[in-house]
Design a protein around this ligand. Structure first.
Ligand code: TRP
Ligand code: ZN
Length: 470
């Protein structure tokens, strides 16, 4: 989203003129730079790009489940943060037919997962522009450094897009880093009888020529890794629970069993309980997506914004309650407050795991002390400190989840219940709809409590060694 208010829209002829001046060296205009091909993430150096901030993705796409072909256009509206002669978008696979910037044909080239765009003339710093990319092809399934599958995953009657950490680039050109959040409009055309479900709110559907186009609008800023679309035969349930956000759930008919239905019916109650912990639910709508992936194609749930995703292929219930509680908690910690960089991922997973501990105790299961002791005793919790996953393959490793949750457990012991619970509510408010780093969190805690928490964070968050005891 824009960091600055009202920015000038630069007309292209002026930009062209500026180019000529800089080329002849007489104008004093600085040379037009190339936007960096990465956002500077230690774990994913190629992810994201430099030189601009995206404010809106307008995706107008069509999918054919029979051939697996996706086609359409992406309008990427952004603000140049430096004077730009060229800039990159991230795109993995697919064929680009044309690129335009501000409606004028632009040059482009591909190299690996980088799409380099050369506008007809440089973009001034502060200029708002729209890059229109026309593309098509059979999108790829990506394999992450940890071996898990993401990107575009086919199902027997459609497909699902999952984007954590870098899968978004398999289905649309983007600034593929959590630090650049934006609003979205996605229109997905599918054969009649199929449903396309995505993030945000259903703004409308249109029918023509045996196809239905679903228009989904996400007005709150969303990181690319949280964008999803699921295409297939779904049982759709819409409801307006009293006092909660309207709900849209899409469930593969094969997972439409009593156990799954019982879990999903508890979404309003879980959101109410989590609002008590984290403050008001941050989005205008809620729900869930349950789809059957092909075998070996990812057995993990994902906190896709508004509407978390659950794989339906495992034994029923497809949506275990603790997993549902985990993914719904991410709507506050992860989706509204998004990690600044990938090494800050414990701010998502540590909080969501701690929420699971609280839920278990709330439901009469294990006490929080029991959950914390189990996490402490697990040798897998201690292979690295949660604040610094050593490699991209460690993003979803045990220390991020369980030792991350122990950080909060220890913080509660240090602060006492009342102050800790006030802090837990204040944190999502502090960075609502934005980004936050580990340093932002520790600074916030120190400021909020007026205490020196350096030793606590050293021991539980940063130190490689396992403490002697809880
Ligand atoms: N972020 C997901 C969660 O809610 C988990 C996840 C996403 C994941 N991608 C993954 C787990 C890859 C393992 C491997 O916890
Ligand atoms: Zn999680």
């Amino acid at each position: 989203m824009p960091r600055t208010a009202a920015l000038p829209r630069v007309a292209l002829p002026a930009a062209l003129l500026a180019c000529c001046l800089s080329c002849t060296g007489g104008g004093g205009a600085p040379p037009a730079a190339a936007g960096a091909p990465g956002a500077g993430d230690r774990l994913f150096p190629q992810a994201g790009n430099g030189g601009y901030d995206v404010t809106h993705y307008g995706l107008d796409l069509s999918y054919d489940p029979a051939t697996g072909r996706l086609s359409g256009t992406a309008d990427v509206t952004a603000t140049a943060t430096e004077r730009l002669g060229r800039f990159n978008l991230d795109l993995s696979g697919l064929t680009v037919g044309s690129v335009a910037v501000g409606g004028h044909p632009a040059g482009f080239s591909r190299s690996g997962d980088e799409l380099t765009v050369r506008p007809a003339g440089p973009l001034a710093r502060g200029a708002q522009f729209t890059a229109t990319v026309a593309y098509a092809g059979v999108p790829r399934t990506l394999t992450d450094p940890d071996g898990s599958k993401e990107g575009w995953l086919r199902t027997d009657d459609g497909a699902v897009a999952l984007g954590e950490p870098v899968g978004a680039m398999a289905w649309f050109p983007c600034d593929n880093h959590p630090s650049d959040k934006a609003a979205y409009d996605l229109t997905m055309s599918v054969p009649d009888g199929l449903t396309a479900v995505s993030n945000g709110d259903l703004a409308g559907t249109t029918h023509s020529g045996g196809r239905t186009a679903f228009h989904w609008r996400t007005s709150r800023p969303m990181a690319t890794y949280l964008a999803t679309v699921a295409i297939g035969r779904f049982t759709v349930t819409r409801s307006a629970p009293p006092g909660g956000p309207p709900q849209y759930t899409a469930v593969d008919p094969r997972s439409d069993d009593p156990g799954t239905a019982a879990s999903l019916r508890r979404i309003p109650e879980i959101l109410r309980w989590e609002s008590g912990l984290f403050g008001p639910y941050p989005f205008a709508s809620a729900g869930a997506i349950v789809a059957h992936l092909a075998r070996g194609q990812g057995g993990y749930a994902l906190e896709t914004q508004n509407r978390p995703f659950f794989p339906g292929a495992s034994d029923p219930p497809a949506v275990p309650l603790n997993t549902l509680v985990h993914e719904l908690s991410h709507q506050w910690v992860g989706d509204s407050v998004t990690p600044r960089s990938w090494q800050d991922i414990w701010l998502n997973e540590g909080f969501a795991t701690y929420t699971e501990w609280l839920w278990a105790a709330h439901e009469g299961g294990d006490s929080v002390d029991t959950s914390a002791a189990a996490a402490f005793d697990d040798p897998a919790s201690w292979t690295f400190p949660p604040a610094s996953p050593p490699t991209a393959a460690d993003l979803f490793a045990t220390p991020v989840y369980r030792r991350g949750a122990l950080v909060l457990y220890e913080l509660r012991r240090a602060l006492g219940d009342a102050e800790f619970l006030r802090l837990l509510r204040a944190w999502p408010a502090q960075h609502a709809y934005g980004n936050a780093s580990t340093a932002d969190f520790t600074a916030f805690c120190a400021h909020f409590t007026g205490r020196d928490l350096t030793p606590l964070f050293h021991t539980w968050l940063y130190d490689a060694a396992k403490p002697a005891h809880l």
